[in-house]
Each structure stands twice: as C-alpha cells, then as structure tokens.
Write a protein that binds this ligand. Sequence first.
Ligand code: ZN
Length: 121
Amino acid sequence: MRNVLDKTEVEPLFNVFTWVLQSFEQGGWLKRYKFLEGQYLIALDGKNYFSSSKIHCSQCNHRTDQNGKTNYFHSVILPVIVSPDQSEVISLAPEFITPQDGHEKQDCEVAGAKRWIDLHK
Ligand SMILES: [Zn+2]
C-alpha cells in the first residue's frame, strides 16, 4: 500500500475539501457557521503526523536535542471552520509544513499558516 500511496500527489485530493464546502454552502448548512457580522471563523492548528529518529526523507523537518539526537518529523496545518454555536467543525484543505524552495531555514507552523492564508484568503 505504501508503494502506491507514497508516489501519489496529494494536492489533487484537496478538491474533496472544496467539493464538501460547496456542498455545505449549496445545501444551506454553511450559513450556520456565520459569526460576527456574517464572517466565518477559521482555526489553524499544527499537528505532527510522523516522527522518527531513524527514518527520514528530503521532506522532513528535524530537531536536534541537547544530547545531539536528531528527531525527524512531518507536520501539517489543519484549518477548520468553527462556530461557538456548532459542535462540529468543517475541515478545509491542509497545508503541509515541508522545506520550501529558496528557503534556507526549516519550514514552521507560522510560515505554513501564512501560506495557507495567502492561498485561501
Ligand atoms: Zn520525511
């Protein structure tokens, strides 16, 4: 399964998030999430979904502790539409935190969140 999934580009799958959001809007469900003068409240949170001190790839971020042990990890920004009046959230397309072309510093949650906002504003 990994031989198939690891070679699959994930961005085309993001259309599912757009399709779900459009379906909620067309069905009238999205307006339940309007907040403060008709705006939507979007929460952005980072989450590690892979971590290892042994296995790593070119897309890993890494952190070296005081003992010199390096930990490699993958993270993602997971944006959701939230409302204080709703118990469910609506998931939006994620932003992966990976090394960016032309950047010497590692990617981070703040930079990933800024990319997501620039792309989806
Ligand atoms: Zn990796």
